[in-house]
Design a protein around this ligand. Structure first.
Ligand code: UDP
Length: 331
């Protein structure tokens, strides 16, 4: 029995190997979570993927079901849960602007109530817990590149606030559980990440550009395209998550930035996608959504110093791999 509803497992023992430790990945059927589950299985952990399938997709974890050390539980972290685990990764939250803005109250609840439920689980199990926070905690930044000590410039009443403030509150909860209950926490701040398993319709810039280029549709640039982002390939990011969880000093909580410091504006990105796909798509300019950050680039010195991590895959290389994945999906 590998695919379970949470209500079905209250009295059930999940498959586990005698010596293996158990890692719980909340958001395990999502873009990043599915890659993380795969990597944890390769490292010998029993892995439980937990997902409400709001933006996650069974297709992302299909190839993991053959592994007897893998289980999937359909569950929403807004509802409390009880499991026996050693490590918890909280990646559960819709993350692309159109997805997290679709039901903003649900997004806030996911980050705030969901994090509290997982922190309680960590406390009961004496488990180490990692929070996937985000570069969005820096808002539209005045410090460039962004280092961890920068406290950010977030509009608390704007359309991105449900995500930004939800993630900021989650960070605050993690540190209060750490100070108050001694929970063993790790907090990472993830910058824009891309690669296979991205939802082609999640509305993000890389998935939109590749899909549009492959289908010969106009490539939609919001604003004048001079805003910048720094794009990290998913394999690099997952290596960083694993290194922070298992290889960083025990007393190092973060927050720590994980991202690729190579910075590109969107016109440069569109040009790369057009060249790599051989597309004849034209660019169309659309209004810039409100509170859209003008620039974003991580300072990753802390990750280098604490666990010797830095990304290795260039944007061109990563885009090629992502384009191949979109082609496999039939685009
Ligand atoms: N963007 C764009 N065209 C699209 C989708 C997004 O120009 O089809 C822009 C968006 O306005 C933002 C940047 O690309 O400036 C990155 O957007 P994304 O939604 O990928 O993530 P964000 O970093 O804003 O959370």
């Amino acid at each position: 029995m590998k695919f379970l509803k949470y209500s079905m497992i209250v009295c059930l023992l999940l498959p586990c190997y005698a010596d293996a430790q158990t890692a719980l990945v909340a958001g395990g059927a999502g873009f990043l979570g599915s890659h993380l589950c795969k990597k944890l299985l390769e490292r010998g952990y029993d892995v439980i993927a937990l997902d409400n399938l709001y933006t996650g997709n069974r297709r992302n974890i299909e190839d993991l079901f053959a592994n007897p050390q893998f289980s999937f539980i359909e569950h929403d972290i807004i509802d409390p849960l009880d499991l026996k685990v050693d490590f918890i990764f909280n990646l559960a939250c819709p993350a692309s602007p159109p997805h997290y803005q679709k039901d903003p109250l649900f997004t806030t609840k996911t980050s705030v109530i969901g994090s509290m439920n997982l922190l309680e689980l960590a406390r009961r199990n004496n488990a180490r817990i990692l929070q996937a926070s985000t570069s969005e905690v820096y808002g539209d930044p005045e410090m460039h590149p962004q280092a961890e000590e920068y406290r950010g410039s977030v509009n608390p009443i704007g359309i991105r606030a449900c995500y930004d403030e939800g993630k900021r509150c989650a960070e605050s909860l993690f540190f209060d559980y750490h100070r108050f209950y001694g929970v063993d926490i790790k907090v990472i701040r993830i910058f824009n990440t891309y690669g296979p398993h991205m939802d082609p319709y999640d509305g993000r810039v890389i998935s939109n550009f590749i899909r549009q280029a492959l289908q010969g549709e106009p490539i939609t640039i919001y604003g004048d395209g001079t805003q910048t982002r720094s794009f990290c390939y998913v394999d690099d990011l997952v290596n960083g998550i694993i290194a922070m969880m298992f290889d960083s000093p025990t007393d190092f909580t973060g927050p720590v930035n994980l991202g690729n410091p190579g910075e590109f504006n969107l016109l440069e990105l569109a040009q790369k996608v057009i060249v790599l796909t051989g597309s004849s798509s034209e660019l169309v300019f659309k209004p810039l959504p409100s509170d859209d950050p003008k620039k974003r680039c991580p300072n990753i010195s802390l990750a280098k110093q604490m666990f010797n991590w830095e990304p290795r895959i260039s944007l061109d290389e990563g885009l090629k791999l992502t384009i191949d994945y979109f082609k496999e999906l039939g685009y």
